[in-house]
Write a protein that binds this ligand. Structure first.
Ligand code: CA
Length: 390
């Protein structure tokens, strides 16, 4: 079985009036970079690369550098291929775009491998511990049109109501764009909106220096926050540890980290309680396995970052199905020792409409696709609708 075709797709969905902001960026569109790999036997594998950065450079890494190595060659099991591709790009691509490109090809490889063996990816990853994953709602972004604090707090109350009605028992909100005082007020508004029993997670997207992160963290402690995500910039490992030492709120991070080597440093630095590799960015499923294993040895729970298309979501569900509770208990508790899956609730047709088989969300859980490979296929019409030339 040879690799006969590698096609890259840049998908864009303009958000128009739904444009939103995090502490780091305005999002006027959602985009995804996908790769479709076809074998001489007619198997089609899909993979996604990158999380929210520009998709063009990732496509160039695939088309100009990585695809020529693979094209026309025999199919190689993805973990083996990973070593070969990483060795080829190590001198110039240890983090960032090249690893995102490798992630896409690696995920497509697992999709093909599973279909070839007639097994879902979670079986190849070691077998399923669960067939559905408790999902948490990511939302409470900033809006450009809500300059007025009262409008903002009204919008927060309305959004809290929506997530509760959908069956979520955990929500995640954004902080970091406003002053600590204003964001603390937003945290209080979300807590008031969801009530005392719903778990609240808070994400700063590395907006703070250490002292400010600790100051905001003291506020979070008052509202029973389940984790404080990316309090400081990903390069500041000492800052991470200082924040973690100062607070009782668990510290999460890792969506901007890459490969087993990057996560090794995050763990040796004692930076996080929860590691959040993005499987479409950290090196794909092959590298996910190594990162998650390393995390378990360091007593760190792994809960992946997921913010892409339906392909990224299906990939995460396959990976999470096969992740052991960490550490073991007879009745694992979500976020304590049982993984949950991030389920972004901002508008994104690439997540909701791209797949032929919609991923079932019921009673707060997402079902793990059970078909061979990733267990999902891409709808050609939706693909064509959002396909962008660059
Ligand atoms: Ca995040």
């Amino acid at each position: 079985m040879k690799i006969s075709q590698i096609e890259t797709f840049i998908l864009r969905m303009p958000l128009g009036a739904e444009t939103f902001l995090s502490s780091q960026a305005t999002f006027p569109e959602r985009n995804s970079f996908l790769v479709r790999v076809t074998t001489s036997d007619g198997i089609v594998g899909w993979g996604e690369g990158g999380q929210w950065g520009p998709p063009g450079p990732v496509a160039a890494c695939v088309n100009d550098v990585l695809a020529p190595i693979i094209l026309g060659q025999d199919f190689v099991e993805p973990p083996r291929l990973w070593e070969r591709l990483y060795a080829h790009t190590r001198d110039f691509g240890q983090k960032g775009t090249y690893i995102e490109a490798m992630s896409a090809l690696d995920i497509a490889g697992w999709d093909i491998w599973g279909q070839r063996l007639g097994q879902p990816v979670h079986a190849l990853l070691g077998g399923a511990f669960r067939d559905r994953i408790r999902a948490y709602a990511t939302g409470f972004y900033y809006r450009q049109d809500s300059k007025n604090q009262n409008d903002r707090l009204d919008a927060i109350a309305a959004e809290a109501k929506r997530h509760l009605a959908s069956g979520f028992d955990t929500v995640k909100m954004k902080v970091g764009l406003l002053s600590v005082e204003e964001d603390a007020e937003r945290v209080a508004a979300v807590r008031a909106g969801i009530g005392p029993d719903i778990k609240l997670l808070v994400d700063a997207n590395h907006a703070y220096g250490t002292a400010t992160a600790i100051r905001l963290g003291r506020e979070l402690e008052k509202y029973g926050v389940g984790w404080f995500e990316e309090p400081v910039v990903p390069e500041d490992r000492v800052g991470y540890r200082r924040v973690r030492d100062a607070l009782t709120v668990p510290i999460a991070g890792g969506e901007c980290e890459f490969t087993r080597y990057g996560f090794r440093d995050l763990f040796l630095g004692e930076c996080v309680d929860i590691a959040q590799p993005d499987i479409s960015a950290c090196g794909g499923l092959s590298e996910w396995l190594k990162i998650q294993t390393l995390a378990s040895a360091f007593g760190v729970l792994t809960i992946p970052h997921v913010w892409g298309s339906g392909i990224a979501l299906a990939t995460a569900l396959q990976a999470l199905a096969a992740m052991p509770p960490s550490p073991h208990t007879i009745y694992p508790v979500p976020i304590q020792n049982e993984p949950v899956v991030e389920y972004d609730r901002t508008p994104n047709a690439l997540r909701d409409d791209l797949l032929v088989e919609s991923i079932e969300f019921k009673e707060g859980y997402l079902s793990v696709p059970s078909g061979p490979g990733l267990g999902v296929t891409v709808n050609d019409e939706v693909l064509a609708k959002y396909k962008s030339a660059r």
